[in-house]
Design a protein around this ligand. Structure first.
Ligand code: SF4
Length: 147
């Protein structure tokens, strides 16, 4: 399967809240009054990409999720559901890709000198350890000792 891609922007804040990857497909037939992107209308324009290539080009994204109210078992379950959903979405598109989801988890210690930046550094370190272990790995820091 192929898609005709008009343009991609790897890092934009103009297409909604926060930074995001943006992709425009080619061959729009909607004909909106005052179209702001007529360059996307020509069905022969843009560039043909195989859908599998598209998924591969989008791979490698990293993101952070701030979870509350979960212990280490709950985080592991959350990660498992996320990985299953990721696989389900790829399967829905019929993408037979060798992709996986790795994660590093840390704790943000409220009421201490800990900061979000420090927690992100620890989560990043755990993520790279997960990647070093192989595909589809979760590395969890030990939970902080409770008093
Ligand atoms: S604004 Fe232009 S490109 Fe966007 S949907 Fe309408 S006709 Fe298509």
């Amino acid at each position: 399967m192929q898609l005709r891609i008009a343009q991609t922007v790897p890092d934009t804040e103009a297409e909604g809240p926060g930074k995001r990857f943006a992709l425009w497909v080619q061959g729009c037939t909607l004909g909106c009054a005052g179209c702001f992107n007529p360059a996307t209308h020509d069905p022969r324009g843009g560039e043909l990409w195989a859908v599998a290539d598209l998924a591969a080009r989008l791979a490698g994204d990293e993101f952070a999720a701030l979870l509350t109210g979960l212990d280490d078992v709950g985080v592991a379950g959350w990660y498992q559901r996320l990985a299953e959903r990721f696989r389900y979405e790829l399967d829905t598109f019929g993408l037979d890709l060798h992709t996986s989801l790795s994660a590093g988890q840390t704790w943000l210690c409220v009421g201490t000198e800990d900061s979000l930046n420090q927690a992100l550094v620890r989560a990043d370190r755990a993520l790279y350890e997960a990647k070093a272990r192989g595909r589809g790995q979760l590395v969890q820091e030990d939970a902080p000792a409770t008093e």
